[in-house]
Design a protein around this ligand. Structure first.
Ligand SMILES: [Zn+2]
Ligand SMILES: [Zn+2]
Length: 121
């Protein structure tokens, strides 16, 4: 009758180890899922924050709206190459005004609403 007990014990310990292994794996998976969820929530929060922030009023010429006058011309000083070597690499630069003709970046909200739509004068 002894071998029945041996078989039972082997079966029982083996089954127990298998079950414990499964529980361990399940716990690890759940932990990873939780981490992924936290990560996703963080990304979502960052995206919402970015969407709520007004866009930087920066023109296509890379200069800030403040550098542009009422006509839209950019007054930022830029370095313009005036001499090139045989490899078309600029050798000398000269300070010049940015030749941007019109501000094309996003308008700050305050300015959009402050703009006069009708000329009463
Ligand atoms: Zn510019
Ligand atoms: Zn510009």
């Amino acid at each position: 009758m002894n071998w029945v007990w041996v078989l039972l014990i082997i079966f029982w310990t083996g089954g127990f180890a298998w079950a414990a292994d499964n529980v361990r794996t399940a716990l690890r998976n759940r932990h990873e899922r939780k981490l992924q969820l936290l990560e996703a929530a963080k990304e979502e929060r960052l995206a919402v924050e970015a969407a709520n922030r007004p866009p930087e009023p920066v023109c296509g010429c890379t200069h800030h709206l403040a550098k542009h006058d009422k006509q839209g011309r950019c007054h930022e000083r830029v370095e313009v190459p005036t001499a090139w070597d045989e490899n078309k690499k600029p050798l000398r630069y000269e300070a010049d005004q940015c030749n941007c003709q019109q501000y094309v970046g996003p308008q700050p909200l305050s300015q959009v609403f402050a703009e006069d739509l009708t000329d009463l004068a």
